[in-house]
Design a protein around this ligand. Structure first.
Ligand SMILES: Cc1cc2nc3c(=O)[nH]c(=O)nc-3n(C[C@H](O)[C@H](O)[C@H](O)COP(=O)(O)OP(=O)(O)OC[C@H]3O[C@@H](n4cnc5c(N)ncnc54)[C@H](O)[C@@H]3O)c2cc1C
Length: 464
């Protein structure tokens, strides 16, 4: 009756995972992608490019060795934009190749063009050359993601005023950079450029930043940024931005201060890429940020055979969670019952230093009035930390005093985004402080911090 069992709009993490999952259970799938290559924001402008840029910067700048050799140590003296781009293009090519292979191996068909609804089961595809075709499907997944929010007062020019999608292809390295928006993306780029010794100013209208992270961790992180001369302008709304005669962007802040820089990155928010989908024809509406509401358990929209997943449905807007959403949507569409999602998922912020967190923050535990105790470990207390020359880095664990259960793990420092998974496993398996005290950890590792933090909390609990 229909051309396909499932049409997926967008080939980012949620679309890709839904397509492969549907194909694995024998369904016919078409992925429509308007970009030049498959992969979505995640592969081309978001997750992978920013992480590749970070890795390149840390390697070429010799960042990880500076604890031993001093702040002026560099692996490559003159690092230019071309150095950063070389590794980026290689990595992206590889990612796309793996994806294309995954699609062809699983007989997932792809069509290049922009999709829009003509009716709830019919999608029209506008190819780059202007040709139109239409296809029908029993189920549709909207996985179109987001694009950067670009307010009129920002003079974007692709030369020295960028949004977060454009910055990955920057033409040359600035000596100074202003970043507007201290959300995850803004903080990541601000700290990556600061590791290259670019003078960075981070501007945020709210008085604090990354409010979903444990406050003590943010204090530690802020201290490190200030120590590196990152200028933080918190509680400072931008009232105007203009380009001077020399072409340099200057931000006027509502508190009367001015920030002039060689380059400006506007990273304050993203909006759902839904405006060209003709959602009215499907019977769907979006909110003021272009996002689509779904049933969080099934990922169904208000029209039951149309699903939405990934950034277009809002929080948490991560590649990691988007993949799971795609899988859940596909399973539900074809009558498979996916297991309920685990209670806690990790959050990774690839700033320099990294931050990663899973479970409740100390603020949340207090709000719920759970009697608790914390344990802290500093990476410089571990032998691995000595070997690596780490002067910074901290892990904080929170335990329930009544049940001894682990409630949250919060890490800032080298390897945080990898280390967190030990805490995640213990948390989701409802483990207690005893796991950390009684088990042997490889030595010397940074993971030993779990034992140190566990014992620290245990000592306090015993004393109490
Ligand atoms: C700078 C940055 C850094 C990030 N870092 C991380 C990180 O470290 N870890 C992490 O987990 N997440 C990270 N994210 C978030 C992550 O990239 C997103 O959560 C993820 O990409 C969302 O996936 P998605 O499935 O919504 O699709 P997206 O990746 O958003 O892709 C959507 C695709 O749909 C296509 N599309 C849109 N409209 C149409 C249409 N009408 N027809 C056809 N195709 C269409 C687009 O071209 C695009 O290819 C980062 C994001 C950014 C911007």
């Amino acid at each position: 009756m229909y051309d396909y069992d499932m049409i997926v709009i967008g080939s980012g993490p949620s679309g890709r995972r839904a397509a492969v999952q549907s194909a694995k259970i024998g369904k016919s799938v078409l992925v429509v992608e308007k970009g030049r290559r498959v992969g979505g924001v995640s592969v081309h402008t978001g997750t992978i490019p920013s992480k590749t840029l970070r890795e390149t910067v840390l390697n070429l700048s010799g960042w990880r060795e500076r604890g031993f050799y001093g702040r002026s140590y560099r692996v490559k003296q003159d690092i230019g934009a071309a150095d950063l781009m070389a590794r980026l293009h290689k990595t992206l090519d590889h990612e796309v190749e793996v994806l294309e292979h995954q699609f062809s191996r699983n007989a997932v068909r792809t069509a290049r063009g922009e999709a829009r609804f003509v009716s709830p089961h019919t999608i029209e595809i506008l190819a780059e050359g202007g040709e139109l075709s239409s296809v029908t499907a029993a189920h549709v997944l909207i996985a179109c993601g987001t694009r950067p929010f670009r307010p009129d007062y920002v003079p974007f020019n692709g030369t020295n005023v960028f949004d977060s999608d454009e910055i990955v292809e920057l033409p040359k390295l600035p000596r100074s950079l202003a970043v507007i928006g201290a959300g995850v993306i803004g903080v990541e780029y601000a700290t990556i450029f600061s590791a290259l010794d670019v003078a960075v100013t981070l501007i945020e209208p709210r008085p604090s930043f990354l409010d979903f992270i444990d406050k003590e961790l943010i204090e530690e992180f802020t201290h490190e940024l200030r120590d590196r001369n990152v200028a933080l302008r918190l509680g400072s709304a931008v009232s105007s931005i203009h380009l001077g005669n020399d072409g340099r962007p200057t931000c006027k802040l509502a508190d009367g201060r001015t920030v002039a820089s060689d380059m400006l990155l506007f990273a304050a928010g993203r909006v759902g890429a839904t405006d060209r989908l003709n959602l009215d024809a499907a019977g769907l509406k979006v909110d003021h940020r272009g996002r689509i509401a779904v049933d969080p358990k099934t990922l169904q929209t208000a029209v039951p055979h149309i699903y939405a997943a990934g950034d277009v449905i809002g929080f948490p807007s991560l590649a990691s969670t988007s993949m799971e959403q795609g899988r859940v949507a596909a399973c539900h569409a074809f009558g498979l019952e996916p297991p309920p999602p685990p209670e806690f998922f990790p959050y990774g912020i690839y700033s320099v230093p990294e931050i990663s967190t899973v479970g409740m923050t100390e603020e949340e535990v207090r709000k719920r009035e759970i009697p608790y105790e914390c344990g802290i470990a500093r990476f410089r207390e571990t032998s691995r930390g000595h070997i690596m020359g780490l002067n910074t880095g901290m892990m904080k664990m929170i335990f329930s005093v009544k049940t001894r259960r682990l409630l949250g793990v919060h890490i800032v420092g080298e390897g945080a985004t990898e280390l967190i998974h030990i805490g995640q496993a213990v948390l989701n398996l409802k483990g207690t402080i005893d796991y950390f005290i009684e088990n042997t950890f490889n030595y010397p590792t940074l993971a030993e911090a779990y034992k140190i933090a566990g014992l620290d909390a245990w000592n306090r609990m015993v004393r109490a």
